[in-house]
Design a protein around this ligand. Structure first.
Ligand code: KDG
Ligand code: MG
Length: 414
């Protein structure tokens, strides 16, 4: 048996997704997610124009061999476009293998190491009352872990903070923007940023949250790479009294040595890696135990195979998973994460931003949510299928992540 077709489906049921569909000679279908937020068409082209023809006729069971063939065969190593494309192929092949075996994917990864997966929700608000309302909503839904993002006085809009702050049937923050009328964007929106104001404001917000919600609720915060190393150290130190589960992306992760400075100053647990795409991006961070959680997702890190290599490497150093789960990872990518989460020993927590009703009309999922915990389900394979008729009704519409500028106009990290 072999791979007969490999088709790329770009669709926008609520937001843009790039999905790979592999069909074998005996009619089995496997799905893979290759969504790279704001750069979707580059991965679609990599898959269509460079990989698809090399897959035809290959033995679909040779997953590791295919992964190495695509990774080493490219000559150009790593990078978000290459690794998202490899991820889609790899995930689709795992989906097929598990369907062939008649088992949910986690059974092929060693079986379940736990019964359910703790997730964290996204609460945000421009001011404390709206943030507190959002947190209360999630606590009432049974969540035991909540990410806290706050507006900053003097800044009109802060990345990661919803304008409505009402937890609802869908996510309360969508990072990529289209034009105001929903048509294609032609350039990113620009947002302003003020580090001193942020550093003054955030600890005060956490103090109020602890006062109102008590010591048990697990709290997280995403700093979105916006601090210099010494500013990052100051933030981590000032948040220590509020006992965070993690402080994420406190400084840009490509400067791995910068985390030494943060570590020297604070015991606040650190998470990073959502923009990484390979285990090599983490070498110093992991071997020197400079972080506590790895944030990569199968979608951006070479699929189930690439992610398993990373998670096993992290496990040797006592570092846990905190797999990236924003709405720009499709339900196919989310399912891949959940099967890994259930199987590995070093699971930490899973990010969960529920997809919109429209997205879930296109992607039929069998993972389940119950009072703050997810389970991948027991459908053979990944347990997610794309309805191509629904997908066809929602064409790609360009959307961009915003650009951050300091108050003097300098382009800044985010
Ligand atoms: O595409 C960018 C988003 O996925 C990212 O901003 C979300 O930081 C994020 C998170 O932690 O989910
Ligand atoms: Mg993040």
């Amino acid at each position: 048996m072999s791979i007969s077709t490999a088709d790329v489906i770009v669709t926008s049921p609520g937001r843009n997704f790039v999905t790979l569909k592999i069909v074998t000679s005996d009619g089995l279908v496997g799905w893979g997610d290759a969504t790279l937020n704001g750069r979707e068409l580059s991965v679609a082209s990599y898959l269509r124009d460079h990989l698809a023809s090399t897959l035809l006729g290959r033995d679909e069971d040779r997953i590791e061999d295919t992964w190495q063939y695509l990774y080493r065969g490219a000559y150009w190593r790593r990078g978000p476009v290459t690794m998202a494309a490899i991820a889609a192929v790899d995930t689709a092949l795992w989906d097929i293998k598990a369907k062939k075996a008649g088992v949910p994917l986690y059974q092929l990864l060693g079986g379940a190491s736990r019964d359910k997966l703790r997730v964290y929700a996204h609460a945000s608000g421009n001011d404390y009352p709206s943030l507190a309302r959002a947190i209360r909503g999630y606590v009432d839904e049974g969540y035991t872990a909540v990410r806290i993002q706050t507006g900053v006085p003097g800044l009109e809009r802060v990345y990661g903070v919803s304008d409505t702050a009402e937890p609802g049937e869908r996510y309360d923050y969508e990072p990529a923007h289209r034009a105001a009328d929903g048509s294609a964007a032609t350039r990113p929106e620009e947002e302003d940023w003020d580090t001193p104001a942020y550093l003054r404001h955030v600890p005060a917000i956490f103090e109020k949250v602890r006062e109102e919600f008590g010591p048990e609720l697990r709290l997280l915060h995403d700093a979105h790479h916006r601090m210099s190393p010494i500013e990052a150290a100051r933030l981590a130190k000032s948040l220590e009294p509020y006992d965070l589960l993690w402080l994420e992306d406190v400084t840009p992760g490509e400067d791995q040595e910068a985390f030494r400075l943060v570590r020297q100053h604070s015991t606040t647990p650190l998470a990073t890696g959502e923009v990484f795409n390979s285990v090599h991006d983490y070498r110093t961070l992991i071997t020197e135990r400079l972080i506590d959680y790895v944030r990569s997702a199968p979608t951006h890190t070479g699929g189930v195979t690439g992610m398993k290599k990373l998670l096993d490497f992290a496990a040797i150093y006592g570092i846990r998973s905190g797999i990236h789960g924003p709405t720009d990872v499709s339900p196919v990518g989310m399912a891949a994460a959940l099967h890994l989460d259930l199987a590995i020993h070093n699971f930490g927590i899973q990010e969960y931003m529920p997809h919109s009703a429209l997205t879930l009309e296109a992607f039929r999922t069998s993972y389940t949510f119950d009072r703050g915990f997810l389970h991948p389900g027991d459908t053979p394979g990944l347990g997610v299928e794309l309805d191509e008729q629904v997908a066809a009704r929602h064409p790609y519409t360009a959307a961009y992540l915003p650009v951050n500028r300091l108050l003097d106009g300098t382009v800044h990290d985010w």
